[in-house]
Design a protein around this ligand. Structure first.
Ligand code: UD1
Length: 349
């Protein structure tokens, strides 16, 4: 069968790396890169490090408003789908690239498979939530990472074509885990931090960056924390720091977004992780590092109910309290699968 994977943003490159590798053992696959992420550190770096096959199409859609960006992708993807006659379109996660590819394929009656289906934050103010809901409802196959995700789909009446396969990001993490200790040993001295004695922080969500007061509140809590903080800054977060004249104290070290393995190494050795990213909440859980989520809801409720993730919002008092919480008990159950999610997806055709 002929598949096409459509990706465009950093977390999707991590997901397609594993799926592509497995899928190409059994089928033909091409990759369309929408160009939603275009900076080296958010895109090319991942293709190189994870040995992702070079995209067959690069659409260079770039950053604009949601409508303009999604519309440009939709137009360009439709042209390719009309020409190539793929059997299936594979979409990943919840970005505007996911939505555009799903709409383009559905209108051309080409079946869509959604990888990382069934996630819900139940907050429609998040663009990602809208992308997920539309994608899950239009997809012909929904591959859920967890049982909770399957239940979310069931509540919305989506039961056909649904399977719980595990999380492809967990597969990916397991494949590089043996490299992390050595990578951390190289990296931490350069950043002047010691294992277990620093915090790792990321902020990039529109809800946390678009309003200066919210961004200032987060920065204020970072300034108040009594640990060194490594802060890999998404270009949007860096722009906010400049635009809103945010003064970060000396213990907050801004760095460029690292590659995949370096980022995992930084997570693995952190005392606690503070983030508004979905993927990092999961990776913290996989690595056994307590996470403090800088949002008031999450689509990864498994991490919260097991005690490994605290929804602290953006208020400094709650964030400081959450950082001080004791480490929870280990979770024995494999909530995110056995590390073979990508293989199970590839074999399901
Ligand atoms: C997107 C996804 C989000 C995902 C994130 C991963 C949507 C709606 N959001 O958010 O779900 O968690 O990717 O990082 O699809 N920018 C650059 N260089 C780049 C890309 C973006 O500087 O290579 C800046 C631009 O100013 C742009 C802003 O970042 O306007 C936001 O980029 P965009 O792709 O719209 O959303 P993300 O916040 O990255």
């Amino acid at each position: 069968m002929r598949f096409v994977s459509v990706v465009g943003a950093r977390p999707q490159f991590i997901k397609v790396a594993m799926v592509s590798k497995m899928l190409r053992q059994f089928h033909e696959e091409q990759i369309i890169h929408t160009g939603q992420h275009y900076d080296y550190c958010l895109s090319e770096q991942f293709f190189q490090e994870l040995a992702i096959p070079a995209p067959d199409y690069h659409l260079a859609c770039g950053s604009t408003s949601h409508g303009a960006q999604t519309g440009a992708m939709l137009t360009a993807i439709e042209q390719i789908l009309l020409k190539e006659h793929f059997d299936w379109v594979l979409v990943y996660g919840d970005t505007n690239s996911t939505l555009a590819a799903t709409l383009a394929a559905a209108k051309l009656h080409i079946p869509v498979a959604h990888i990382e289906a069934g996630l819900r934050s139940y907050n429609r103010a998040m663009p990602e939530e809208i992308n997920r809901v539309v994608t899950d409802h239009l997809a012909d196959r929904n591959f859920c990472p967890t049982e909770m995700a399957r239940q979310c789909l069931e509540r919305e009446g989506i039961t056909g074509g649904v399977s719980v396969v595990g999380d492809v990001m967990y597969d990916m993490l397991l494949s590089v885990q043996p490299l992390l200790a050595e990578r951390a040993a190289q990296l931490l001295p350069r950043l002047h931090v010691e294992p277990g004695n620093y915090l790792l922080a990321t902020v990039h969500r529109a809800a946390n960056t678009d309003d200066p007061r919210t961004f200032h509140a987060i920065a204020h809590s970072f300034n108040k924390l009594k640990y060194p903080i490594i802060f890999p800054a998404h270009p949007r977060a860096r722009a906010c720091i400049a635009r809103y004249h945010v003064a970060l104290k000396k213990h907050v070290l801004l760095i460029d977004p690292p590659g995949y393995i370096d980022m995992l190494a930084l997570q693995r050795s952190a005392f606690r992780i503070l983030t508004d990213s979905g993927g990092i909440q999961k990776e913290a859980f996989f690595l056994g590092v307590p996470c403090i989520t800088l949002r008031s809801e999450t689509e990864w409720r498994e991490t919260v109910v097991t005690g490994w993730n605290t929804l602290a919002g953006i208020h400094w008092r709650q964030i400081i309290e959450a950082v001080a919480r004791p480490t929870p008990a280990p979770v024995e159950k494999k909530l995110f699968g056995e590390g073979d999610a990508a293989l199970r997806i590839a074999r399901s055709w």
